[in-house]
Design a protein around this ligand. Structure first.
Ligand code: NAG
Ligand code: NAG
Ligand code: NAG
Ligand code: NAG
Ligand code: ZN
Length: 966
């Protein structure tokens, strides 16, 4: 699945705005972590028995085969003939349904008198008292049916026979069924949208991981690959799509309805979770001159969206990205067509169905002039991620879900390579560090993290499988594969992939199969590694976390330790590797060339790493390795001196790394907080995005803790001093703000420059944003504000303005027809500094005619992000808890986020007591918010400690820096 299941784009954007700081993350801002935590908490305590570790999900092994979550190994599918007829209008009972039938041809490989096949929420027709009919191919005798039933907990249709099926024979099983075409985003489901005032219905699918069984009975495991012959029956005026290319549709009459029947070419041999069926009245755009003459490339979406050209960008980039992967894998695109479709309702970011990739609209459609460059980058990387899966994941599939990290980590890593090929000027290969790696390091530095790789027998139930779709799987998976590709070189990595894909196409693998092929490529290239690929990688995938490498440049002593963000946390899961890693250390010294060293032990000495009197050393070049670095204080001082004198001598990613490492090491009490703050001093000369973005994410925590205290003034003054040169730089670069910067990362950093400059009162900034906003107010039909800057300009103008600005933005929000534009306005409305406007906005949140229910909690949270809104939002939540709980408690995820969001700043005894009081007053009335309330208490305590320990020195530091000459 595309990234974005575990962190939706909406949340991702808010995170950037809220700027998760390393420190704040503890704290479990990550939804993922919250999920993990609850998962651990509900683990049934098995009978304590220290000698026999039992799997947490199987307290006692079930006796009957149908009580087990894994299919028996007696039957394997060969092919399916599936006919499906989704109704796009409700039936007589007012329900949306689909009807269908399916014949599965399967081979018996071990004699058995039991047929177990997945089926979930389907109403099966009875034939002579049984829910399926058995047949055979090539004249084998067909046993008669003894008993059949649905086994609900394990989602099976079970058929018991009077005599056994014979090993080596092939049989058929026919089922006929009716299912609900619900709006539940899983299996065969319904999506709705409005076009020209008419409500339109789309029937579409999301099978991964375990919902193909909700569309038709099937052996629903990734290793149960088969060929699928699909037929869709659909109303006139609609088009039907599936994984394979369609034959010509024909008119039919069924139950008195005039309909179209569309049959599809047989699919390649594939897994059920990659199937897709869509019926809609969408249209498409295609490219007659695409570089892939042999592959039909189409982008599908709502008619309006295609007519407006919103699919053009995706179309333009798909061909080049396919070309890139064909070269990278040295393997032609496996299918004859590539359809990509944007759906109005879709739970993940995108889904790599083979030949028919489904997307959220925001992940496929791009609207020049309205969408920002960040929106564009999202489209390019998600497309690249999904296309990477067409080979890695689809052509070759891991055997079971426990290896999901390999599938998703790989696609996430190479999505940056594909996007880099499609957009060579964007620095995508650098941005992976900011977008994936440093973020997941804060999650993986918690004692409650988990290893990348799970045991097959520990992942059984659908909910165990779903829980694997988290940031560790995607982002840490990407980080360690990038590290591997870097130390064996990209050419060798790609060579190993080629032979891996060649050996296993149309088949299944386990992750060690990939290690074997990479090892072969390493050996062939004559690369000398002291240990095998597998031995090195085991330490990164079989134990959680990562090391902090401490380098003493006086002695050359190098040590590694498990890096924990909270030094007091207790790791209670033992690791056979003792939380030690095989670490590829790269470094440069004063102007020298890159050097390499492998740290295979807890400690070692490398005299190459000692320094002369005025030398400096920076390790983990371009953050290719998944670890943090600490140095002796002399080298820290020299690095900081270097940054202040000529920061360009240190590679840009390492400038960001130095900041991020220092802030995280400070959090872990390994260096002083003032050292971390000192890493931001060179920013007054820095114009690059990555260091600025990293600093601003890390400083955000300081703002949350101190923006209501006496630290605020000096902190603002310091930041103003730092950002003023950046603001002036962009003013010049953009010729007095009339041009869009050419460089992608400059476009991002221009946003940082304006938002920081305006919020710290840099001269000219507020006039600028309010001026632009005024222009728009004077002519509402013409919004000239540059798309990249919209949110920042709205926010800053609304913050500086009063009721007129607010009311204008509100009316534009109500009038917006593009979702991303509405979202930007909705967030910006919470930037006002007028308490009465904030209170009124809070009241709007409980009026679904004003703020849609789905947006209510996120709006309250964005009001709380404003330091003036924070106490108002907390009062509001407490006063309206009953109402919120009863009317909005349903959407569980966002509800936990509410408590989390309104208590971000809590750091005093008084606030802690208020939280306790709240917990007491609402005992039994917290629902899914209960875990986040516990987290809020824990976080408030941690914040109190942190503030007590750091406030004085932070205040002093900002005071002296703010008053010192530039
Ligand atoms: C399966 O369903 C299709 C469409 O509803 C129908 O035309 C066909 O006759 C059915 N097949 C059987 C064997 O019932
Ligand atoms: C199928 O039916 C549609 C609508 O009734 C009609 O316009 C079309 O000509 C028919 N096609 C064929 C091949 O009969
Ligand atoms: C820059 O823009 C401001 C505001 O739009 C304007 O007042 C000023 O004259 C411009 N300066 C130059 C050099 O174009
Ligand atoms: C809202 O949109 C409609 C149609 O696009 C337009 O006619 C109207 O002027 C807009 N209202 C405002 C306040 O801009
Ligand atoms: Zn994916």
């Amino acid at each position: 699945m595309g990234k974005g299941l575990f962190i939706s784009k909406a949340v991702a954007v808010t995170c950037v705005v809220a700027a998760i700081s390393a420190v704040a993350t503890i704290i479990g801002l990550a939804v993922v972590y919250a999920k993990e935590k609850t998962k651990n908490e509900v683990t049934p305590p098995t009978t304590p028995s220290p000698t026999s570790p039992t799997s947490p999900t199987t307290p006692s092994p079930p006796k009957e085969p149908w009580q087990r979550y894994r299919l028996p190994d007696s039957l394997v599918p060969v092919s399916y003939e599936v006919k499906l007829w989704p109704w796009l209008e409700p039936n007589a009972d007012g329900m949306y349904i689909f009807k269908g039938n399916s014949t599965v041809v399967f081979k018996c490989v071990k004699e058995t008198d039991l047929i177990i096949i997945h089926s979930n929420k389907l109403n099966l027709t009875s034939f002579e008292g049984h829910q399926a009919a058995l047949g055979c191919l090539n004249g084998a005798t067909v046993p008669s049916l003894k008993k059949s039933w649905l086994e609900i907990p394990t989602q099976y249709l079970v058929v018991q026979l009077n005599s056994p099926l014979i090993a080596g024979s092939t049989y058929t099983l026919f089922t006929e069924f009716v299912g609900e075409l619900a709006d539940d985003l899983g299996g065969f489901y319904r999506s709705e949208y409005k076009e020209d005032g008419v409500i339109k219905v789309v029937a579409t699918t999301q099978m991964q991981p375990t919902d193909a069984r909700k569309a038709f009975p099937c052996f629903d495991e990734p290793a149960m690959k088969a060929v699928f012959y699909i037929t869709l029956i659909h109303p006139h005026g609609t088009v039907a799509l599936s994984n394979a290319m369609n034959y010509n549709p024909v008119n039919i009459t069924l139950d008195g309805h005039n309909l179209i029947q569309t049959r599809f070419e047989p699919t390649e041999i594939m897994s059920t979770y990659l199937l897709a069926f869509v019926v809609c009245d969408f249209t498409f755009t295609t490219n007659t001159t695409n570089p892939h003459a042999d592959v039909l490339i189409r982008i599908w979406a709502r008619r309006k969206a295609i007519e407006e050209g919103q699919g053009n960008y995706a179309l333009e980039k798909t061909g080049p990205i396919l070309t890139f992967f064909e070269n990278y894998y040295k393997s032609p695109y496996p299918l004859n067509k590539s359809d990509q479709i944007a759906l109005p309702d879709f739970s993940a970011g995108a889904m790599e169905n083979w030949g028919l990739i489904t997307y959220r609209e925001t992940a496929l459609l791009y609207n020049p002039g309205v969408s920002s460059n960040g929106d564009k980058e999202w489209v390019a990387t998600v497309i690249s991620h999904e296309l990477a899966h067409m080979w890695f994941g689809n052509l070759v599939t891991t055997r079971w879900w426990n290896d999901l990290w390999l599938n998703e980590g790989f696609a996430t890593y190479v999505s940056y390579l594909g996007a880099n090929y499609a957009e060579p000027t964007w620095n995508m290969k650098d941005l992976i560090v900011l977008n994936e790696i440093i973020g997941v390091m804060t999650v993986d530095a918690l004692a409650s993290s988990h290893p990348l790789s799970s045991k097959e027998e520990d992942i059984l139930k659908p909910e165990d499988i779903s829980a694997l779709f988290d940031s560790i799987t995607y982002s840490k998976g990407a980080a360690v594969l990038r590290m591997l590709s870097e130390f064996i070189t990209e050419a060798v990595f790609s060579k190993g992939l080629q032979t891996y894909l060649e050996e296993f196409k149309y088949k299944n693998t386990v992750y060690t199969d990939l290690w074997r092929h990479l090892q072969m490529a390493v050996d062939e290239a004559g690369i000398k590694l002291q240990h095998s690929v597998e031995t090195i990688m085991n330490r990164w995938i079989l134990q959680m976390g990562f090391p902090v490498v401490t380098i003493n440049t006086k002695t050359g002593r190098i040590t590694q330790n498990h890096f924990l963000l909270d030094p007091d946390s207790v790791v209670d899961t033992p690791s056979v590797y003792n939380y030690e890693w095989f670490v590829p250390i790269t470094w440069i010294k004063t102007g020298g060339v890159e050097q390499q060293y492998w740290l295979f032990n807890k400690e070692a000495t490398n005299t190459n790493m000692t320094l002369g009197a005025n030398d400096w050393l920076v390790a983990n070049l371009d953050m290719k390795g998944f670890y943090r670095v600490n140095y002796d204080s002399e080298n820290w001082d020299r690095l900081l001196t270097k940054l202040s004198s000529k920061h360009q001598d240190i590679p840009v990613i390492n400038r960001a790394q130095i900041i991020d490492d220092a802030f995280n090491l400070a959090r872990a009490k390994m260096v002083d907080t003032t050292l971390a703050l000192r890493t931001t001093k060179f920013l007054n000369k820095e114009v690059e995005y990555m260091p600025w973005e990293t600093a601003s994410r890390n400083l955000n925590y300081f703002f949350l803790m101190f923006d209501r205290s006496e630290v605020y003034g000096p902190m603002q003054a310091y930041l103003k001093k730092q950002v003023t040169p950046l603001f002036n730089y962009f003013k010049e670069l953009t010729v007095n703000w009339t041009k869009i910067p050419e460089k992608h990362t400059d476009q991002y950093n221009q946003v940082n420059a304006i938002s920081k400059a305006c919020s710290t009162g840099v001269e000219g900034c507020e006039e600028l944003t309010t001026g632009w906003f005024r222009e728009w107010m004077n002519n509402p039909a013409k919004n000239n504000i540059s798309a990249n800057l919209k949110y920042t300009v709205y926010c800053s103008a609304i913050a500086a303005g009063g009721v007129d600005e607010w009311d204008f933005a509100w009316s534009m929000y109500k009038n917006a027809t593009i979702a991303s534009e509405a979202d930007k306005l909705m967030s910006a409305l919470s930037c006002t500094k007028q308490p009465w406007l904030l209170n009124r906005y809070l009241e709007y949140c409980l009026d679904p005619k004003k703020i849609r229910k789905q947006d209510a909690t996120s709006t309250i949270v964005s009001i709380a992000r404003n330091s003036i809104g924070q106490p108002l939002a907390w009062d509001f939540v407490r006063a309206k808890w009953d109402h919120l709980f009863n009317d909005y408690g349903g959407a569980s995820m966002s509800f936990g986020g509410l408590i989390n969001g309104v208590t971000q700043r809590f750091s005093s005894e008084f606030e802690y007591k208020q939280l306790l009081q709240f917990k007491e007053d609402n005992a039994g009335q917290l629902g899914s918010a209960a875990p986040s309330l516990e987290q809020a208490l824990e976080r408030t305590e941690a914040n109190m400690k942190w503030v007590a320990m750091n406030k004085d020195q932070v205040l002093q530091w900002f005071q002296s820096e703010a008053s010192s000459p530039v």
